[in-house]
Design a protein around this ligand. Sequence first.
Ligand code: FUB
Length: 343
Amino acid sequence: QQQAAPNAAEPRAPDGRRYLSQPLVTEIYTADPSAHVWGDGKLYVYGSHDIDGDAQEDDLGGHFEMRDYRILSMDKPGGPVTVHPVALDVDDVPWAEKQMWAPDAAYKDGTYYLYFPAKDRQGAFRIGVATSKSPVGPFKPNPQPIKGSFSIDPAVFTDDDGASYMYFGGIWGGQLQRNTTGTYDANGSKTDLEQPTQPALAPKIARLAPGMTEFAETPRDVQILDPQGKPILGGDTDRRFFEAAWMHKYNGQYYLSYSTGDTHYLVYATGTSPYGPFTYRGRILEPVNGWTSHHSIAQWDGKWWLFYHDVQLSGQTRLRNVKMTPLTHNPDGTIQTIDPFVP
Ligand code: FUB
C-alpha cells in the first residue's frame, strides 16, 4: 500500500511527531479547559487565558501570569469556536492580586458560577466565585474568596441528586503542601511533603452549600489507593496527585482524573462515592508537547470527549492551546489511553 506523502505544512512537534488534534482556537492562547454542556446543548470551555509576561520560568509556575478569563463556545463538535469577550478580570476581584489560574464553572437555578484560583496580596492562592445570568459572563465576583478555600484548580461536579462538590488542590506552585495545618505557611516546602515513602498529598473535596458560593463542610482529603488498596506514596511520581483534579460519572462509577505534574501524565482512579476512596486504574493521556497537562472530560452530542492542552502554537510552556479528542470507556469501565501524537 502506498503511503501518503508527508505534508510539509502539517504542524509537527519539535521531535517530528504529528499531533492527534488541532488547537480549538488560534487567536488567543488558552489552557486548562473545563468543558460543560448546559441546557442549550452548546459546549462551553472555561479555561485559562495564557499571556506572555515578563516572569522567568520557575518550578512554582511564576511564569503563568494570567489576568482574565475568556470563554469559548461551540454549537457542534468540529464546528466554529466562538471566543467570547473578557468574562472576569483580576482588577474586578477585590481580594485577588495576580495569577488567575485554571477555573471551572457550574449552573444552578438560572445562575452560572465561575470558580477561579488567584493569589491574594499575601501570595497565597485562594479560590473565588463569581456569578452571571449568562454562561459566558460577564461574571460578578464575590468580594471575598470562598471561606476555608486554598490552593488551586477548582473542579465542581454536580451529582445526579443535585449535590455539588468542589475538588481542588495542587502541589508545588499550587501550594497544597503549604496548607497542611489550616493556615498558609509561606515558608513551607516548595514542592510537596518531601516524604517519598509516606502517602502523597491528596486533592481536597468539599460539598458546596445550596447557594453554591460557600463550602458546606471543611474540605477533606480524597484518598487515592493503588490496586492493592494501599495509599499512593509521595515518591510514586508516575501515579501520585499533582494538580488538575476532574470528576465525571460513567455507568454509576465516579472517575477522579488528575495530572501527575512533573511526570506529565493524565491518569484516573475510580470509586463508588464522590468522596472516594478512589483506586488508581491507569493513564488517560500520555505526555503532550509542553510541561503542564490539564484536562476535563465531558459527554456531548452522544459521545465522550477529552479536553486538554499543549503548546503546539507557541512552543512555550506559558502559552498553551486547548484541544479536544474523543475518549472511550471500555466495557470493563477502564478508559482507553490516548496518545496525543499519531504514529
Ligand atoms: O495554568 C496554570 C496552572 O498550570 C494550572 O492551574 C495547572 O493545573 C497547570 O495547568
